[in-house]
Ligand binder design. Structure first.
Ligand SMILES: NC(=O)c1ccc[n+]([C@@H]2O[C@H](COP(=O)([O-])OP(=O)(O)OC[C@H]3O[C@@H](n4cnc5c(N)ncnc54)[C@H](OP(=O)(O)O)[C@@H]3O)[C@@H](O)[C@H]2O)c1
Length: 340
């Protein structure tokens, strides 16, 4: 293994030592130990990462399952840095890693190890690495591993053909912004559900029709619409409400929202014998394959990541809070070189 050529063994990292309000429990420190890549892992010098709904759920530990993953009463020491995706360059390589070299520009999700992106260096499993195309920036690349790839996976599961009609709920968010653009690039007619203030942005991403759910009866008015699929990134109500809007053989794909809705669909959708299918997102295609496809769509200028703003590591707690407040449109990217 190549030895670290770092002046010291510590780095800047945004850590949280207890669960709660991100603005209160997250702290930017300079003396977090740089992890060492073991076999089949690499150490990535993080240039950019992005803020995801997963960071919001984890810092609050608002579902018990999160406490089971991170630590029952407080996050375990090795789980104290969030940040689920990274774009950067390889700093050191562990034994057994093939196909990558020190200095390679890469993109990866860090979900399997429950984070690590909100720091100067992050450990990544070599199997999760994707080379960053030279044509796109680190900021653009950092939006893809979680949001872009989940949107691609969700749309694959929707099984749509050009000319089909999809209804996208949660269209203004990180996943929704990719969902709208990818669907349009594939020639699909998009009806997007979002709140009033975000409608013009969603329209600018290419949505054919906007449904402002803040307007009375706007959702009810969709009954009888004959959508080929519903792509739901904000499932906070019973998925059954979409039945009257779907074709007889239409598909509902739950990408995100309430954890218990997701759990119920995962547990019981296999017993659903109706011609309409209601399913929760599953990783039927390797995440790295989806990431590569989305990166290539950006290179080909078929889509353009909807970056609302680029912030520094110090500003992440406020950014997570703005996700909670639902004031984010598209994605917030963190640039590690930005010092504010
Ligand atoms: N399984 C996976 O691989 C995967 C990957 C990525 C994300 N996800 C999940 O997908 C969901 C969306 O992720 P995201 O990154 O797009 O989140 P996001 O950026 O916060 O966007 C969610 C959007 O949903 C809308 N919304 C409607 N009701 C909401 C509510 N009660 N609370 C919050 N938002 C609400 C909001 O738009 P309006 O203000 O316009 O209503 C918001 O823009 C999350 O639950 C996330 O955990 C899953």
């Amino acid at each position: 293994m190549k030895e670290l050529k770092l002046e010291n063994r510590f780095m800047r990292a945004l850590v949280f030592r207890q669960y709660g309000d991100p603005r209160e429990v997250m702290e930017l420190i300079n003396d977090w130990e740089i992890p060492k890549p073991s076999k089949n892992k690499v150490l990535v010098k993080v240039k950019c990462c992005s803020v995801n709904a997963a960071d919001r759920h984890m810092v609050r530990a608002n579902y018990f399952v999160i406490k089971m993953l991170l630590g029952l009463f407080k996050p375990a020491k090795r789980r104290r840095v969030l940040g689920m995706d990274v774009a950067g360059t390889i700093e050191t390589i562990g034994k057994g890693v093939k196909g990558f070299q020190v200095g390679d520009a890469v993109v990866a999700e860090t979900r399997k190890i429950l984070g690590g992106g909100f720091a100067e260096y992050a450990l990544v499993d070599a199997a999760d690495l994707v080379k960053k195309p030279a044509e796109i920036s680190f900021e653009q690349a950092a939006t893809v591993p979680i949001s872009g790839q989940a949107a691609m996976m969700g749309l694959i599961l929707c099984e749509l053909q050009p000319g089909d009609k999809v209804l996208i709920n949660g269209a203004s968010g990180g996943v929704g912004s990719f969902g709208v653009q990818i669907a349009k690039a594939k020639g699909i007619h998009v009806t997007a559900i979002c709140s009033t203030k975000k409608a013009s942005a969603v329209k600018s991403w290419g949505a054919d029709e906007i449904v402002d759910y803040k307007k009375k009866d706007s959702i009810k008015a969709l009954n009888g619409s004959d959508f080929d699929a519903v792509f739901d990134t904000a499932s906070f109500e019973c998925p059954g409400r979409y039945k009257p809007m779907l074709k007889k053989d239409g598909k509902y794909v739950l990408v995100g929202g309430d954890f218990y809705n997701m759990l119920m669909l995962k547990l019981f959708s296999r017993f659903d014998t109706g011609s309409q299918k209601f399913i929760a997102l599953s990783q039927d295609v390797e995440a790295t394959t989806n990431i590569k496809t989305v990166l290539q769509m950006i290179v080909d200028k078929k889509i353009d990541p909807a970056i609302q703003k680029v912030i520094s590591l110090r500003e992440v707690p406020n950014a997570i809070h703005s996700l909670e407040e639902r004031t984010v449109i598209g994605k917030i990217v963190v640039n590690l070189n930005s010092i504010i």
